[in-house]
Ligand binder design. Structure first.
Ligand code: URA
Length: 280
């Protein structure tokens, strides 16, 4: 095949979301007749995260072997981290999550750690994986515009105007699939410790996965929006004072459903009002 044809074929794959090589050698599936060869070494991947009531106890149908050990290890490592650097090192060292092997970079945070507002998204995508920073792709650009509407920015030095950003998962799920319950389970202690170390005045749960995971509620994002929730960590033992948190639609959803921008504008106004009330 000519080079330009190969490039066009690769671009075609990329445009259709095929951006991950799962086996070393190509497989000619047109040659497979009766019994298809088993080529994927990884377990079948879940496409959607089912609604769950709580992450406090690891689910029995966990897809990872030894998931409860992995969760216990994650809790231990997260609790031991006393600074953001230690937490980042702990996540890097943690081997209980398989997607660490397929990801290019750890995606830990962006923004000002002194910010009064912390936003938690779902998981890194391809752009974030490449750059090692959350929300740097198209949805990140929209997110920046949304936050700017209420005078918040991740590049602000002033804590009252700054935002700090992270995700439930620190590694990119291959093909941008939805994180599985098992992955959320073992990642939760880390993001909960992350929130404890930042101590924001207000939390924004960006998208359904973030809201449901951190609030341990199975309700849909449209039900969880509009009201303030008292967030307390569920995976880390000990007393913690509640942080007011609000859920909003994920910018990736807004890109597909622009009509919901109105709803997100309403959420932003609620955040602005809450911050003003907390400061007065
Ligand atoms: N979507 C997310 O939820 N997080 C990112 O960092 C990027 C896209």
């Amino acid at each position: 095949m000519q080079a330009h044809a190969q490039k066009a074929a690769l671009q075609f794959y990329l445009d259709h979301g095929v951006d991950e090589a799962l086996v070393d050698a190509p497989v000619d599936r047109t040659k497979v007749k009766e019994k298809p060869a088993v080529v994927a070494k990884e377990p079948a991947r879940e496409q959607t995260a089912p609604a769950r009531q709580s992450y406090a106890t690891p689910p029995q149908q966990d897809v990872l072997l030894g998931a409860s050990d992995a969760r216990a290890e994650a809790v231990k490592l997260a609790q031991a981290a006393k600074t953001l650097d230690e937490l980042k090192d702990a996540i890097t060292a943690f081997d209980g999550i398989a997607i660490k092997k397929t990801a290019t970079n750890l995606v830990f945070c962006d923004g000002n750690p002194k910010a009064e507002v912390m936003l938690v998204g779902e998981a890194p995508g391809a752009d974030e994986d490449r750059q090692g920073k959350p929300f740097v792709g198209v949805s990140g650009q929209l997110l920046d515009k949304i936050l700017a509407c209420i005078d918040l920015s991740r590049s602000e030095d002033d804590p009252q105007k700054a935002v700090y950003i992270s995700n439930i998962l620190n590694w990119r799920p291959p093909g941008n699939r939805t994180p599985s319950p098992a992955e959320i389970e073992v990642s939760l202690p880390f993001i909960e410790r992350h929130i404890q170390l930042i101590q924001p005045k207000v939390l924004i749960f960006c998208g359904g996965v973030s809201a449901k995971s951190l609030l341990a509620i199975g309700d849909s994002i449209s039900r969880l929006r509009k009201t303030w929730h008292d967030y307390t960590p569920q995976s880390l033992p000990g007393e913690a004072s509640a942080i007011p948190g609000i859920a909003t639609y994920h910018p990736a959803y807004l890109l597909r459903t622009p009509a919901q921008k109105k709803a997100v504008w309403a959420d932003m106004l609620q955040i602005k009002a809450k911050l003003a009330a907390l400061r007065s």
